[in-house]
Design a protein around this ligand. Structure first.
Ligand code: ZN
Ligand code: ZN
Length: 409
């Protein structure tokens, strides 16, 4: 176990962030996982990191705040917090996010407080988001097994066994065996993803038609100058990093107003400490005109109404149904894991990197390029074993992209 944790920490710092000599590293981490954060910090310092700055969090205190704090605190963000993010991002620090949030931590909390908190943060951190859009900060997200999370994933196991089982799933998904081969394995995996990415970029599809037995029947027009991305990203200064660990997706940007039809989620969506089940969207000219869910419909409706762009899509991602995470037949209740088990879309903000020349573009230029903007970005899963996706090229050819849930090429 210690060997694997060590290897995982090394993977996150050396491949996820690819920390450079003289660079600061900001680590966001739940207090319960301080030992793992220390492992990451040691490895970063060994690599010449200038300083490790900790950004601690605690699920219990977050919940208490939503339940008991003064009502006014959800409408503003203190200046020092804004400076924390903007100052460190301006100096090109790396951001490592270690997450183990209990997906149901905010169950029963006043949804209005959550919505207002998102809105005020979205407003206050505008400059920070603009800096991040310039892609000058390497960043990465990795998950850590906690008892609450593990019990949700393995409800039949004793708490200790559940945590162990969840760690094993995490190690499998991030290709950590404890024998020092993880970094090599990741380089090979990234290469494979990037091969498929190239095929998709060469086709330069005009649109994709999604269909499956759940009832999804959706035409998704892609942004005109869209670029498919996968298996890592490069900062403006040429630092190669891996934003998500694990990552199995190949993703791009849809045209903001180019989606029409009906889409059903194939897995529950965890949002704001709540689980949304049976999600269904009806979409007309890009806008979600009807949103329903069997469970958590109120949370869903709030999520798509934080601003104008929240009711439009910003990401189209392809993941084979036979990915390692999908094959583990486990529902993780974690976007980081579940999104890599399944084809998904996101409502909200598009990534500027998913359109040609997007990094240097202003907000207006990105909009002109067809990309959606919002303070939010929420992934939801749509992949199934019978999903078919047919691509339409600009010269009118129809090309199978997904057959029976997996890539046709
Ligand atoms: Zn994605
Ligand atoms: Zn996403």
């Amino acid at each position: 176990m210690n060997q694997k944790l060590q290897e995982y920490a090394r993977l996150l710092v050396e491949v996820g962030i690819n920390i450079q000599k003289g660079q600061r590293l900001i680590i966001a981490c739940p207090v319960d996982h301080a030992p793992f954060a220390r492992l990451c910090a040691s490895i970063a310092y060994e690599k010449g990191c200038k300083e490790v700055i900790m950004n601690w969090s605690d699920d219990e205190l977050t919940r208490k705040k939503y339940l008991m704090a003064d009502d006014s605190v959800f409408d503003s963000v203190p200046e020092w917090l804004v400076r924390f993010y903007t100052d460190y991002s301006k100096e090109k620090a790396g951001f490592l996010h270690l997450v183990s949030t209990d997906p149901e931590n905010l169950l029963g909390v006043d949804a209005d407080r959550i919505l207002r908190s998102h809105k005020s943060q979205g407003e206050a951190l505008k400059e920070y988001r603009e800096i991040r859009n310039k892609n000058i900060n390497p960043w990465s997200i990795g998950a850590l097994a906690s008892e609450k999370w593990a019990k949700l994933v393995f409800p039949k196991l004793e708490p200790e066994k559940a945590v162990e089982a969840l760690w094993e799933k995490i190690f499998m998904a991030v290709r950590v065996k404890g024998d020092g081969t993880a970094i090599e394995a990741w380089r090979a995996h990234s290469k494979k993803l990037r091969g498929r990415m190239k095929i998709l970029n060469d086709y330069n599809f005009k649109s994709l038609h999604y269909k499956n037995g759940l009832g999804t029947d959706l035409i998704v027009e892609l942004a005109h100058d869209h670029v498919w991305e996968a298996g890592g990203d490069t900062t403006a200064d040429g630092q190669f990093y891996m934003p998500n660990m694990p990552t199995e997706e190949i993703f791009t940007a849809n045209k903001r107003d180019g989606i029409n039809g009906v889409v059903y989620a194939s897995m529950p969506l965890c949002r704001d400490g709540n689980v949304i089940e049976g999600l269904r969207f009806e979409i007309k000219d890009g806008k979600i005109v009807k949103a329903t869910a069997d469970k958590g419909e109120g949370i869903l409706k709030n999520a798509i109404s934080v601003d104008e762009g929240a009711s439009y899509f910003g990401e189209v991602a392809l993941v084979p149904f036979d990915s390692p995470i999908s094959n583990s037949k486990t529902l993780f209740y974690s976007t980081l894991y579940d999104e890599n088990a399944s084809c998904h879309f996101a409502f909200g903000r598009a990534y500027p990197t998913t359109v040609k020349g997007g990094i240097g573009m202003s907000k207006e230029q990105l909009k002109e390029a067809g990309l959606n903007d919002s303070i939010t970005h929420v992934d939801f899963m749509v992949g199934t074993s019978d999903l078919s996706i047919v691509g339409l090229t600009h010269d009118g050819r129809e090309v199978p992209v997904f057959v029976e849930g997996n890539f046709a090429f």
